[in-house]
Design a protein around this ligand. Structure first.
Ligand code: SF4
Length: 497
């Protein structure tokens, strides 16, 4: 007789969505599945294994058994939260609370994949090119996912995600924002558009890769502003040029007026700069921001010059104009009417533009995940969540994300920031609430864990994790060791072991 009994769905209780999952299917986030009636986490738990690097004896003669505490011991595993799973509601103990002895100290690591509603990405894009004004909206698929922040030296900054976009707007805005964050944090490329109709710029962002701005891959980050470039390279132009103008959207530099030029006895040239004079040899706002010379909208550099002063300038005056990356340059000599005429550039000046370019670093995108763990996930660590916050502030508990070092912001809560390139690949997931799922580990001494009211009855030895499917990854290039004594305040106490 045919069996008509439908296999029962099981309920996933790892997040507030509470999916009912049929046998052989996965839940809405593709992280959990029903395998024969058993709820399983689809990705394996990720463990960072020690490096192959040779351990260096602390004593120079190599006879001591003491080892430099900063070096990760070769076979010491670190259980990351990648693939660990989530517990919900939060009062349940975290999925993994594992202990191991590290150099005579009983340590414990509490591991969970946190569901972050308050989270986003801070993106640094190394470019001079204008990609948008401060506060311009950043969009994906027409949905706002963030905005342009204050520029940093040689870089444009974006703030993406956050609870305002994840849950504070329309359903589509939340979904698109969550998807863009997920892809960015998992090191995938995301194309964004910045600004409004009359000034839209498209940028392809991918962690560790050059940005692609309006379809053109960026190559170099500027060596400095125009003034700094004069300061760095002024000596190279001596005897080869009478005047040098470094075109830059921030500060355009003029050699003969600049302090560097004065100290090298470069005489006035009668050059007339357009724009607002700041201090000698330094000019603001010589042009509009853009994707031309030095992050301005300049295509022809002569447009930022007024007529040369006939009382000072002379026929044959040699003028070099160059951008802050050395990628754009032009050489002129004044004719009898003191008008700059394009002229073949001497080899020495060609070489100097190459030195500027050589001193520029490659342009890349950096993506830092930022999230607040100050909320309820702390309850998976301790019954007294505020004690965990205090323990982190007191440097008794070390916070890592996928084993990578994280920056914990001062002030209240546990607000962390981490470079996604330091984390194992595929570290991030999502739930459709929508929120991002990110790994977070809290490491501390077992004795401190007991003091802060931790779930000590749930501690199991690290070896117990070996019975399940594991993904083993090597330590990242950063070489951060969450268990290093140097991370903990007690290591400075001479009475401690
Ligand atoms: S979205 Fe994922 S974690 Fe949430 S209940 Fe569904 S399967 Fe479980």
């Amino acid at each position: 007789m045919k069996d008509t009994v439908k296999p029962e769905k099981i309920r996933c209780d790892a997040c507030p969505v509470m999916c009912f999952i049929a046998d052989g299917k996965s839940g809405a986030c593709d992280r959990y599945a029903n395998h024969g009636g058993e709820l399983i986490r689809l990705d394996p738990l990720t463990i960072i294994e020690g490096t192959d690097q040779k351990l260096v004896p602390f004593m120079k003669d190599g006879t001591s058994d003491d080892w430099d505490g900063d070096i990760v011991k070769g076979d010491r595993p670190f259980v990351t939260a990648v693939g660990a799973g989530t517990t919900y509601p939060d009062y349940k103990p975290a999925p993994f609370i594992v202990s191991q002895e590290i150099e005579g100290v009983d340590m414990v690591t509490i591991v969970t994949e946190g569901i972050f509603s308050y989270c986003g990405a801070k993106v640094k894009i190394d470019t001079d090119r204008h990609i948008g004004h401060e506060r311009d909206i950043v969009r994906v698929d027409g949905e706002p996912i963030g905005h342009v922040m204050t520029s940093e030296y040689g870089s444009k900054m974006l703030s993406l995600g956050g609870v305002e976009h994840l849950t504070g707007g329309s359903k589509k805005e939340g979904r698109v924002t969550c998807d863009a964050l997920l892809r960015l944090c998992n090191r995938e490329a995301v194309e964004v558009s910045i600004g409004e109709d009359d000034h839209v710029t498209t940028v392809v962002i991918q962690a560790g890769q050059a940005p692609i701005i309006n379809g053109v891959p960026e190559k170099l980050m500027r060596v400095g502003c125009g003034s700094a470039t004069i300061g760095m390279f002024a000596k190279q132009w001596l005897t080869h040029a009478d005047e040098v103008v470094i075109v830059d959207d921030h500060i355009t530099g003029v050699l003969s007026e600049h302090e560097a030029g004065k100290q090298l006895d470069i005489p006035p040239t009668g050059v007339k700069m357009l724009g607002r004079r700041s201090t000698p040899g330094r000019y603001f706002q010589v042009a509009q921001p853009g994707t031309g010379w030095g992050g301005t909208d300049i295509v022809d550099p002569l447009t930022i010059l007024g007529p040369f002063n006939p009382k000072i300038a002379w026929e044959g005056l040699r003028l070099l104009m160059v951008s802050t990356t050395g990628e754009q340059f032009a050489y002129y000599e004044l004719d009898a009417d003191l008008v700059p005429q394009p002229t073949q550039m001497p080899d020495a000046l060609v070489a100097s533009t190459q030195v500027i370019a050589e001193n520029c670093e490659p342009s890349i995108c950096s993506v830092l995940f930022m999230g607040g763990a100050g909320g309820s996930l702390r309850a998976g660590v301790t019954e007294n969540p505020v004690r965990l916050t205090r323990s982190v502030k007191d440097a008794l508990t070390h916070v890592s994300c996928g084993g990578a070092d994280s920056y914990v912001w001062p002030g209240g809560g546990i607000t962390v920031m981490v470079d996604v390139l330091d984390m194992p690949s595929g570290s991030f997931g999502y739930v459709p609430t929508p929120a991002l799922v990110a790994p977070i580990e809290f490491s501390l001494r077992v004795s401190d864990y007991r003091t802060l009211g931790g779930h000590v009855d749930q501690i199991r030895p690290v070896d117990a994790t070996q019975s399940q499917e594991l993904r083993r990854v090597r330590q990242n290039a950063q070489g951060h060791d969450p268990m290093s004594r140097a991370n903990y305040r007690w290591s400075k106490d001479p009475d401690q072991p």
